[in-house]
Write a new protein. Structure first.
Lengths: 221, 101
C-alpha cells in the first residue's frame, strides 16, 4: 500500500482555490473547539436562507440568551460571524466552501493526534495489482501500521454506494497486503441522520467508521 | 396577560412546520425513501419529548426561538435545501427545549 498525490487536473485546481479561502481555515479553527450547540449553529447558518445575525441569535438562546457567560457568547458570536460569511456566497460556492470546511476541520482534529506532517489531503491509495481509484481520498493519515482514510461530507445525504465501496475497497485491499487501514466517514450531520441514510445502503460498510457531528472530537483522541 | 405556552403547544407548532418541510423535500423523487425515513425518525424524537414533558410551560425566549426556526424553514423553496433542514431543524427545536439532539 502506498499513497500518491492526486492528479493536478481542473477539479484539483478549483478545489485547491476553495481550500485556500481564509474563511475555511478560520471556520475550521473555531469549530474544532466548538460545543455541539455551536456546531449546530454553524450547520444551520450555512444551510440557512437568512443572513440576519439577530434572527440567528434569537433562534439559539442556549448560545446567546441572557444567562450565557460573556466569553461563551463571544465565542458563539465568532462561530455565527464566520458561518454567515460562508452563507453569504452563491449557492455553488457555498456548497464548495462547506465541503472544504469539513475536510479542514477533519485535518485540524487529526493533526492534534498524529501531528500535521502525518495528515494529507486529496491522496490516492495504490495497491499492487489493483487498478487505482480515479477519485482521491479526502483526508489520509499516512503512518506505517496505522494508516487511515477519510471521506468527508457536509450532510448525511452525501453518503452513497460509491463512497462506501471506495472506502471498503481500500480497507480490504490493505488487509490483503497485510496492512492496517482504518476507513471512516466524517459527516457534519447528526449520527441519527447518518444511520437513517446508512440503513438503506446495501454496499458493505460494517467495517467503515462513522464520525458524526456529535463525535468529531474523537478524531483528535 | 398572555396565557402560558406549554412545551406541547409549541412543539406541535414546530411539527406542523416540519410536515410542510418534508412535503417540499419529497419533490426530490430519488430521495423519497430517505426523506420519509429521516422525517419519521426526527418526528419520533420530538413526539417522545411531547409525551414526556408536553405539559411543561416554556419561556418566552424558547417560544421566540422556535418561532424563528419555523419562520426560517418557511422561507425555503428549494427541495434540496429542504433535505438539509430535515435534520437541522428538529435539532434546533430539541436543543431549545433542553434536550439532546
Amino acid at each position: 500500500m502506498r499513497f500518491q498525490d492526486a492528479a493536478q487536473d481542473a477539479r484539483a485546481i478549483t478545489y485547491a482555490a476553495i481550500q485556500a479561502e481564509p474563511v475555511v481555515a478560520q471556520a475550521a479553527g473555531l469549530l474544532a473547539d466548538a460545543t455541539p450547540a455551536q456546531r449546530l449553529l454553524a450547520r444551520a447558518v450555512m444551510n440557512g436562507e437568512t443572513l440576519d445575525p439577530e434572527g440567528w441569535r434569537t433562534m439559539f438562546p442556549t448560545l446567546f440568551g441572557p444567562d450565557v457567560e460573556p466569553a461563551a457568547r463571544e465565542r458563539s458570536g465568532a462561530v455565527l460571524a464566520v458561518s454567515l460569511a460562508i452563507a453569504d456566497r452563491g449557492d455553488q460556492t457555498r456548497n464548495q466552501l462547506r465541503g472544504a470546511l469539513v475536510e479542514s476541520l477533519t485535518i485540524e482534529l487529526l493533526a492534534r493526534r498524529v501531528g500535521t506532517a502525518g495528515v494529507r489531503r486529496e491522496r490516492r491509495i495504490l495497491f499492487d495489482g489493483v487498478r487505482a481509484e480515479i477519485h482521491p481520498y479526502d483526508v489520509t493519515v499516512e503512518r506505517r501500521g496505522a494508516a487511515e482514510a477519510y471521506d468527508c461530507k457536509w450532510g448525511a445525504r452525501g453518503i452513497n454506494a460509491d463512497v462506501l465501496y471506495q472506502l471498503e475497497d481500500a480497507r480490504s485491499n490493505a488487509e490483503a497486503e497485510g496492512e492496517v487501514l482504518r476507513v471512516a466517514l466524517v459527516v457534519f450531520d447528526t449520527e441519527l441522520s447518518c444511520q437513517v441514510r446508512l440503513e438503506r445502503q446495501t454496499a458493505a460498510h460494517d467495517q467503515t467508521g462513522l464520525v458524526a457531528i456529535e463525535s468529531l472530537g474523537s478524531l483528535a483522541l | 396577560m398572555t396565557d402560558a405556552i406549554t412545551l406541547g403547544d409549541q412543539a406541535h407548532v414546530a411539527l406542523a412546520a416540519y410536515e410542510d418541510l418534508a412535503s417540499l423535500a419529497e419533490d426530490i423523487e430519488d430521495e423519497w425513501t430517505y426523506v420519509t425515513d429521516l422525517s419519521a425518525a426526527w418526528r419520533g424524537r420530538i413526539e417522545a419529548v411531547i409525551d414526556e414533558r408536553g405539559t411543561e410551560t416554556i419561556s418566552a425566549i424558547q417560544v421566540s426561538a422556535i418561532s424563528r426556526a419555523v419562520d426560517e424553514i418557511a422561507r425555503i423553496s428549494d427541495p434540496h435545501r429542504a433535505i438539509d433542514w430535515l435534520s437541522t431543524y428538529p435539532q434546533i427545536v430539541l436543543v431549545t427545549l433542553g434536550e439532546q439532539p
